[in-house]
Design a protein around this ligand. Structure first.
Ligand code: CTP
Length: 424
């Protein structure tokens, strides 16, 4: 990326504003020039001085500052950038963007820009879930505004859920993607993108196995862990493909997302995505599907297979995607990571599963009902490889994802992918 690339960063009011400082640092590491607009409420959280020190530029605040207008008008300010980024994007500023209000410099520049806009929302979970915000976000997405996050987690207000601003490394990945430079982080060193130049394939979510056109067999997977892993790998610079079953989650930005329903479709999508350096199978793939699905809705009487009111479902095994990726020949990914969902004797069962499926690492988690893992936001995992068991404390799924992605980056940094698979 040349030194000419320019980002106009709008910092609005919210506790997440402090992360804007780290974002600026990361953008500057990529030789991206950053100019800031700090809203009046944003200035309650970060000072113009710190933004100015990091950007090595003036920070813009008021709409009608005669000095600013003489130097650079607000229209030119927004046109001068290659991309506008709003981080944090508050519910208020998002609403202004959706309705085209222009009553301060930030909203005016956002209305006047002819460039792409990327927003990183940050707000309380109820504000994020409110129909007004949902409608405003839908309006902005329809207009082509790009979205990164928000993530799920603990909030400064003490509540829990979606609304936490994406991490700086995730916003950086989305910025590079919006600038058409997904690999630009390459060579940025350990702080930048240690997985730049690597490709990753991640499976996530449940599969749906059709019984007939209206019914299916499914499971409780939310896709949170798999999606978070895809985001974390992409954030470390990997060119990521996410193959996901049906979930309630928004598609992560900065990567290719392939939607499938059944295990067979997931296998085909994964095979098509090869070659990949890294494969992480976090999906809860249905082990069985209905042997012969009905093309017509099975009726209570009349056309069901048994002809006796209650149909009998005959099941047949699904392909095992993890085992199949682990046992491929020349195009076997350099590192194959599986998950083990267990309800008892977690480590022993997972260790056996690793050997049975021939993957390199297995991430074991307890999915018994009292663990709250399925559908919940936290996870307690044990990473098992040929060396032994690495047990991690209970943490947010996004933190598990980040730590796993960093462990994967270390593996490649140390050249361990060159050693025989599964021996390490
Ligand atoms: N997996 C897969 N394809 C399948 C079944 C599982 O790719 N048809 C992967 C999962 O994504 C996970 C790992 O295999 O990475 C283990 O999944 P898990 O449900 O724990 O184990 P199963 O293989 O289904 O075995 P069991 O249900 O007997 O525990």
């Amino acid at each position: 990326m040349t030194g000419e690339t320019r980002v106009l960063l709008v910092v609005a009011g919210g506790i997440a504003a402090y992360k804007a400082l780290e974002l600026i640092r990361r953008l500057r590491e990529q030789s991206i020039r950053v100019r800031c607009i700090l809203t009046r409420s944003g200035a309650e959280f970060v000072t113009p001085l710190s933004l100015s020190a990091l950007t090595e530029d003036k920070v813009y605040g008021e709409l009608f500052s005669l000095t600013d207008e003489a130097e650079m008008g607000h229209i030119q300010l927004s046109r001068d950038a290659d991309l506008m980024v709003v981080a944090p994007a508050t519910a208020d500023l998002i609403a202004k963007m959706a309705t085209g209000q222009a009553d301060d410099l930030a909203s005016t520049a956002l209305l006047a820009t002819d460039k792409e806009v990327l927003i990183a929302p940050a707000m309380n979970v109820r504000m994020w879930d409110h129909p007004a915000t949902r409608a405003n976000i839908a309006t902005l997405l329809n207009r082509g505004v790009k979205l990164v996050g928000p993530n799920e987690g603990d909030m400064a207000c003490g509540e829990f859920g979606f609304g936490r601003m994406a991490e700086p490394h995730e916003i950086l990945a989305a910025v590079l993607d919006a600038l058409g430079q997904p690999q630009a982080a390459g060579g940025a060193g350990p702080l930048g993108a240690p997985l730049a130049g690597r490709s990753a394939l991640v499976t996530s979510g449940p599969t749906h196995e059709a019984i007939d056109p209206v019914r299916y067999i499914a499971n409780r997977s939310s896709g949170k862990q798999g999606h978070a892993i895809a985001r974390a790998l992409s954030g470390l610079g990997a060119k990521t493909t996410l193959v996901t079953g049906p979930t309630q989650l928004p598609d992560p930005t900065g990567m290719e997302v392939i939607h499938i329903e059944s295990a067979q479709q997931m296998l085909t999508a994964c095979e098509t995505a090869l070659p990949a350096d890294i494969a992480v199978c976090a999906a809860a793939v249905a082990d069985w599907r209905v042997a012969s699905r009905s093309d017509r809705k099975i009726k209570k009487t009349g056309n069901n297979r048994s002809g006796a009111g209650i149909p009998k479902l005959e099941l047949t095994p699904n392909p095992d995607i993890l085992a199949s990726l682990s046992q491929r020949g020349n195009d076997r990914p350099g590192l194959v990571v599986g998950f083990a969902a267990e309800t008892e004797d977690v480590i022993r069962q997972a260790t056996e599963k690793r050997a049975r499926k021939a993957c390199d690492w297995i991430v074991a988690n307890d999915v018994s009902p009292q663990s709250g893992t399925f559908g919940g936001a936290e996870n307690t995992v044990h990473v098992i490889d040929a060396q032994g068991v690495d047990s991690w404390a209970r943490m947010d799924k996004s933190d598990v994802a980040q730590r796993l992605a960093e462990r994967i980056a270390d593996y490649f940094r140390n050249g361990l992918d060159k050693v025989a698979p599964t021996a390490i």
